[in-house]
Design a protein around this ligand. Structure first.
Ligand code: FAD
Ligand code: NAG
Ligand code: NAG
Ligand code: NAG
Ligand code: NAG
Ligand code: NAG
Ligand code: NAG
Length: 622
């Protein structure tokens, strides 16, 4: 995280120790099972992970009252802590008991730095930690999924599921009048479970940023959620407009289903491996082994229909590999017997990363005032509690800008040419299996051509009162998630291979130059911009590259490790989310994205999980 933001969040939490109480009243969460003795002997479905995707699928499958369904979650329920509930404190659960506290394996491309990668460990998963940006990528991003050989995975196929998951509330007239927010109700859902609404209060400096990019010719699509997602636009948050509080997977999909008698949830249990047996038609999954801790005894839960993996893009491939599903060559080194040969497991790992460009501006009011002025912070908190507005009602990222390469650099064509001249293999990990190489080769061509496309964003700019958060949206680099040990309680080795491909660096270098252009527009110069980071003296391409290598950090969107796609192209699941070469097993979380879309990804994870639930239900006649 940006040091400034981290500091800011910590400061806010300190204030809240003295100024307690949330606007939202804690909702009744339903009782999870209290111990193993309450488990049924067998379940129809066992879902591993109660995060964004797992709770979506649990909720939809349990609409059928005849099915016995169990959700296994390693974490616990949150307690409606202010740092989870209050939008202005979003991100405050990072590094708490609700975070797995993982770190990425380092690489020399980022100067051997060790980066933490927060991941939710709670009922609700990472939706309790996230920054509440609720947006979608452009239609072209999802159409690439289809182009990779996945019929049914394009934008028009997914839009109904985006809508199905969403309960959209249009912005209030007052905020529309003040901010000129445009939106298209026809692309939003109003009967789904995740509340999506615009912030009732927006930091005033945002106006100057919007004028600045307008003066540089950036377009403003009517509604970024429409599939036309390049340009600058206001985005909703996963936020309940009535209580002005976080809408997460637990409040959305658990609180609306917990009273279904045949839906069970057990928390504080880690799924340590899948149990399978050989049949004439190949191996099938028959159960899940769970444990409280490394030392505790193991318990096996039996399943008659399917096991559904929803443990997230880092833990799902770990569980598969612990269960002998993966690349037999690597598993044998850890003495794990091979159950199914699926070389793509854990490969194709990708994550959005960002670099900050920090200016000081003489704005009369910014989020810094909350930490520098305790009177202002106290007044703001009281305003939140009494009227549901003011700075604490606002999660960051109200207005986002997604730009194709041609809109921030003159080098789009040369970047494409350089990319096409690279062998698609060049920057892959040396032991990348052949199928995965073939699959990546197709991605590489799409990524190269995307560099000159008008409808695919290469960068995101998130304005935070003078700090420009510049995200790399279509990274070319690919890493992996592997077992560090055969101990299920040891964290896996997650290596996003940040900046391995030099094109990723060049895009960010060009983006920083463009940020400086924004700061030089007449909308911002009256506020006396002074560049603090990297600093105006960091000027040559070489110096900017060094800055990028030293500063790049995660935007929290790990994905791709159990990609949908043909088996011969390194795919792990087919278009119906079924894992290849092993029966009764599906993956439904962010692992299945073959390529990251240019967006914050939670709404896409909800949509894909809705699609998965529909696929699961239609393959069994109930
Ligand atoms: C700090 C942070 C900020 C983010 N900000 C945004 C944002 O502003 N906007 C946005 O769109 N997206 C954001 N995201 C991303 C978004 O929240 C995730 O992409 C999304 O939650 C992924 O859903 P998932 O179902 O794949 O995994 P998760 O929601 O992480 O759920 C996985 C669940 O599985 C459980 N689990 C894992 N292993 C096991 C096991 N062995 N046994 C039992 N349970 C297990 C975990 O505890 C967790 O509850 C952010 C993420 C983070 C971490
Ligand atoms: C993560 O680290 C924090 C701070 O050290 C700790 O309080 C918390 O319990 C850790 N989370 C987990 C799940 O262990
Ligand atoms: C990173 O570590 C490797 C291996 O230890 C070393 O060779 C390399 O010089 C280091 N790079 C940097 C930039 O520190
Ligand atoms: C409001 O936004 C629309 C585009 O969404 C733009 O055409 C119009 O000029 C804007 N109006 C004002 C007053 O900014
Ligand atoms: C990019 O620039 C072109 C040409 O100036 C313009 O037509 C287009 O609207 C711009 N796109 C965005 C996303 O601003
Ligand atoms: C906010 O900070 C700015 C810059 O330091 C200062 O000029 C202004 O008075 C502050 N306002 C409040 C309400 O604290
Ligand atoms: C701090 O905030 C209060 C309340 O908004 C304001 O009256 C005061 O001027 C601020 N102090 C400074 C130093 O800006």
């Amino acid at each position: 995280m940006i040091p400034q933001l981290k500091h800011c969040v910590t400061g806010l939490i300190l204030h809240l120790v003295f100024l307690s109480g949330a606007l939202a009243t804690p909702s009744f969460r339903g009782q999870p099972l209290t111990d193993e003795s309450q488990l049924l002997a067998t379940y129809d479905y066992v879902i591993i992970g109660a995060g964004v995707s797992g709770l979506t699928v649990a909720n939809r499958l349990s609409e059928n009252p005849n099915l016995d369904i169990l959700v296994i979650e390693a974490g616990e329920f949150d307690k409606n802590e202010d740092y989870i509930v209050i939008p202005g404190l979003a991100g405050g659960a990072i590094g708490t008991i609700y975070d797995w506290n993982l770190t990425y394996a380092t690489n020399s491309d980022i100067n051997n730095r060790t980066l933490s990668i927060p991941q939710g460990k709670a009922v609700g998963g990472s939706s309790l930690l996230n920054r509440m940006v609720f947006d979608r990528g452009s239609s072209a991003d999802y159409n690439r999924w289809k182009k990779l050989g996945n019929p049914g995975w394009g934008w028009t196929n997914l839009l109904p599921y985006f809508k199905k998951s969403e309960k959209f509330t249009a912005p209030a007239d007052s905020i529309v009048d003040e901010w000129n927010i445009s939106y298209d109700p026809s692309v939003h859902g109003t009967r789904g479970h995740v509340q999506s609404s615009y912030s009732p209060w927006i930091w005033p400096s945002t106006k100057h940023f919007i004028r600045a990019i307008a003066s540089l010719g950036v377009r403003f699509p009517r509604d970024g959620a429409s599939g036309d997602a390049v340009g600058g636009y206001f985005v909703p948050h996963n936020q309940d407009p009535a209580s002005v509080s976080r809408s997460d997977a637990a409040s959305a999909y658990w609180d609306t289903a917990y009273n279904r008698p045949k839906l069970h949830l057990i928390t504080g249990r880690k799924a340590t491996r899948l149990i399978s047996k050989a049949t004439r038609n190949g191996p099938i999954v028959t159960g899940v082994e769970i444990a409280i801790s490394a030392q505790s005894s193991r318990k096996i839960v039996h399943v008659v229909r399917e096991v559904i993996l929803a443990a997230g893009a880092i833990h799902t491939p770990q569980i598969l590999q612990l269960s002998g599903i993966g690349d037999p060559a690597t598993l044998s080194r850890l003495n794990i017997p091979s159950v199914a040969n699926v070389p793509g497991v854990g490969r194709n790992f990708q994550d959005h990363l960002y670099v900050p460009v920090v200016f000081s501006f003489d704005f009369p009011l910014t989020s810094t005032n909350l930490t520098s002025n305790s009177t202002f912070a106290a007044e703001s908190l009281s305003l939140y509690h009494t009227k549901g507005t003011g700075p604490y009602a606002d999660a960051t990222g109200d207005f986002l800008t997604f730009l194709p390469a041609r809109n921030f650099t003159t080098k789009a064509h040369s970047l494409r040419a350089t990319t096409l001249r690279q062998g698609s293999d060049t920057y892959l990990e040396p032991d990348t299996p052949l199928g995965v190489r073939r699959g990546y080769s197709a991605q590489h061509t799409l990524l190269a051509n995307g560099l000159v496309a008008a409808d695919e964003a290469q960068i995101e700019i998130l304005w935070a009162d003078g700090t420009f958060v510049v995200g790399l949206e279509h990274p070319l680099s690919r890493g992996s998630v592997r077992l560090a040990s055969s101990d299920p309680f040891a964290p896996p080795l997650a290596a996003p291979a940040y900046l391995r491909n030099p094109i990723d660096i060049q895009i960010l270098v060009e983006a920083i130059k463009y940020i400086r252009e924004i700061a030089r527009t007449s909308s911002l110069t009256p506020f006396n911009p002074v560049e603090l980071v990297p600093g105006a003296q960091v000027n040559s391409d070489g110096a900017l590259e060094a800055y990028v290598r030293g500063a790049a950090d995660t935007l929290f969107h790990p994905a791709g490790t159990c990609s949908v796609g043909q088996y011969a192209l390194g795919g792990v699941v087919n278009q119906d989310f079924r894992v290849y070469n092993v029966g009764r097993l599906r993956v439904v979380d962010a692992s299945v994205f073959p390529m990251l879309p240019a967006t914050h990804i939670q709404s896409s994870v909800y949509a894909v999980a809705e699609k998965a639930a529909a696929a699961i239900m239609s393959s069994w006649k109930d």
